[in-house]
Design a protein around this ligand. Sequence first.
Ligand SMILES: Cc1cc2nc3c(=O)[nH]c(=O)nc-3n(C[C@H](O)[C@H](O)[C@H](O)COP(=O)(O)OP(=O)(O)OC[C@H]3O[C@@H](n4cnc5c(N)ncnc54)[C@H](O)[C@@H]3O)c2cc1C
Length: 352
Amino acid sequence: MGMTAPRIVVVGGGILGCTIAARLLEREPRVRLTLVDRDLVGAGASMYSAGVHFPVGRSERVRQLSAASADYYQTLRARHPQLPMHGFDFFVAAGAADADEVRARCAGLLPLSAEEQSRVAPDLPVGRELWRMPDCHVTDVQGLALWHAQRLRGRAEVLEGVGVEALDESADGVRLSLSSGRELAADAVVLAPGPWVNEGCWSGLTAGLGVRVKKVVALHLQRPAEEGAALFFPAEDAFLAPLPHRGHWLFSYTCQQWDVSPEQCRQAGVEAREIAEAREALRGVAPALAPLLSSGRVFCDAYSPSREPLAQYLGRHRRVLFVGACNGSGYRLAPGVAAEAVALLNHTLTKG
Ligand SMILES: Cc1cc2nc3c(=O)[nH]c(=O)nc-3n(C[C@H](O)[C@H](O)[C@H](O)COP(=O)(O)OP(=O)(O)OC[C@H]3O[C@@H](n4cnc5c(N)ncnc54)[C@H](O)[C@@H]3O)c2cc1C
């Protein structure tokens, strides 16, 4: 890096923006960094996240991002045991016919004997087998984003309650107009707007990405966190997992409501339709638990056409980097995606 440290603005203080900011400063401590969020840090999709981390990916790149993220989180937990991250036993439950596909999608699976299987999940529907997934944990994602922001404050500027209202890229840099009336000049901007991908002043730039926003629903089950087995059902793309930091369980199923807006989702909350869909899905895999579903969390996330996270430049001058569209997996892939973003910023970091 030359004499003047580059100025980088990260827009969006969700788990992704916060992790990018943290990794950027790890890579180049001299960078002049500002993190801007229109709301409080972690109050977007990250606040609603179930925060489950498990080693699954449909493509090689996603499996690599998941493995890189697992390493990062493992180191973070070892260095900071006070973080709201809890390891737990998580099992894949799939039909024998799907075994090959399951092994290809999930790294490091260990099969369970019939005896272990009946001890772990005695009520498993007939025809399903269990495999243990390695290195799974669950996190209070908003808590982790806030922790990152607290540490960033000593080394960077963190602006909350301040929206980015205009973005003007030129060959010399990027100018940002903030809702507070302030103007910022940056050498590069990282856009990590979560499900607001198509709504901000950047919508002209992001339109070509083909990213769509889908509702994500996870219902709560009031039973003690230490009771029962955590199960992932790949055929249904659903899972049952405990949230020890909140003292309940959660059932996540795949909701197919597309092109929703974050504000709509926030206002509507859990609707009868979602409870009915979730009960129906849970009846297929753990019927005894279905009646327990009556409340939960509803928000949305950004989905890319390829179902792989995006980290790519928009605009004409390689100064506006979009990072996001993590397809409902933004917590478990954030460190890996952040590393890709930092690598893409290398030319800005080395220019100075
Ligand atoms: C119910 C639910 C359960 C989930 N469960 C899991 C799970 O178990 N595991 C997993 O890996 N993932 C899960 N996800 C997905 C994961 O939560 C998201 O992918 C992740 O939180 C996205 O993080 P982000 O930082 O990209 O977005 P966000 O957290 O939404 O952050 C984007 C930020 O940008 C800010 N912003 C928007 N517009 C502006 C503007 N104009 N100016 C300034 N700031 C702006 C917003 O205020 C927001 O804080 C779940 C999601 C939901 C909704």
